[in-house]
Design a protein around this ligand. Structure first.
Ligand code: GLU
Length: 277
């Protein structure tokens, strides 16, 4: 049984790029006679807003997308809102800690920048965490919760992580080169995106992840988490990114290109999904 998902982050209004990616996810689920799950990824407490979560559901319903499980319709794998799943994420953190592959990290962003010999090229790319700043894993603690510290996953330096993408073809990323030790838990008390998504996709029995191609490297990280946890990963389909006229990636602040604004201008769902606006 195919189980797909759409997983918006309610930090702003959804735009054309989301419309296209989420419509593709819905289409692939439908073509496979499968189920589509809607999940709200609201772990960034300072930037997520309930009104954006509501607007996302409304905009996607207006586009004609239908899901069989989600915050508005319920389902057997709920809650479908990440901020309500913290206890589960802590349990997954505990399992990761037992694997000896994660360590508490007191280093600040400044420490990381100071330790880097070369500046990282792309401004939104995460700097590779310098191996010299690694700490030892903690496996013998009694603590049942992560506490107020960051935790990182130690990547296997030099190993090439490969996967086949249904839309982008064969992919490979080298640990330690293309990405470094990444956060699994944040000192503000929340899991990182990587941990939460892996836990949820596993628990919700997702068979194929459809999302934007900006997350290809994240998929390599997530495959390492699947392996550490002893879980079978889903298949992957990363949609090409929608660019604006200047060739830049659309951000959530893309003026006038939110589904909400396009709707107000009288555009149809088809025009929005196809990007002919
Ligand atoms: N929550 C992410 C977003 O809105 C998507 C993450 C994912 O699909 O894995 O961009």
């Amino acid at each position: 049984m195919y189980r797909g998902r759409i997983a918006p982050t309610p930090t702003g209004l959804l735009h054309l790029g989301h419309a296209r990616t989420f419509a593709l996810a819905a289409q692939r689920a439908q073509q496979a006679n499968g189920v589509l799950i809607y999940r709200t990824e609201d772990l960034d407490g300072t930037r997520c807003r309930p009104e954006f979560a509501e607007a996302a559901i409304e905009d996607l319903q207006w586009l004609g997308l239908k899901w069989q499980e989600g915050p508005d319709v319920g389902g057997p794998h709920g809650p479908y809102v990440q901020s309500q799943r913290l206890a589960r994420f802590q349990a997954v953190w505990l399992k990761l800690r037992a694997s000896g592959l994660i360590y508490p990290c007191e280093k600040s962003r400044k420490d990381v920048e100071r330790a880097l010999t070369a500046p990282h090229a792309e401004e939104d790319a995460e700097p590779i965490f310098p191996p010299a700043l690694r700490a030892a894993p903690v496996t013998d603690s009694e603590a049942q919760i992560p506490g107020n510290t960051n935790w990182r996953f130690r990547v296997p330096d030099g190993e090439v992580i490969r996967f086949d993408d249904a839309l982008q073809g064969p992919q490979s990323f080298q640990a330690g080169q293309d990405f470094g030790d990444f956060l699994v838990w944040r000192k503000d008390g929340f899991p990182s995106y990587e941990l939460a998504v892996v836990a949820d996709d596993h628990d919700m029995e997702i068979t194929e992840v459809v999302r934007g191609a900006d997350l290809l490297i994240s998929t390599a990280r997530q495959l390492l988490l699947y392996r550490a946890l002893g879980w079978v990963p889903p298949s992957w389909a990363h949609a090409p990114l929608v660019l604006d006229q200047a060739g830049q990636r659309l951000s959530k602040r893309a003026e006038g290109l939110s589904i909400h604004d396009l709707r107000a201008k009288g555009k149809t769902p088809t025009e929005v999904i196809q990007g002919t606006v």
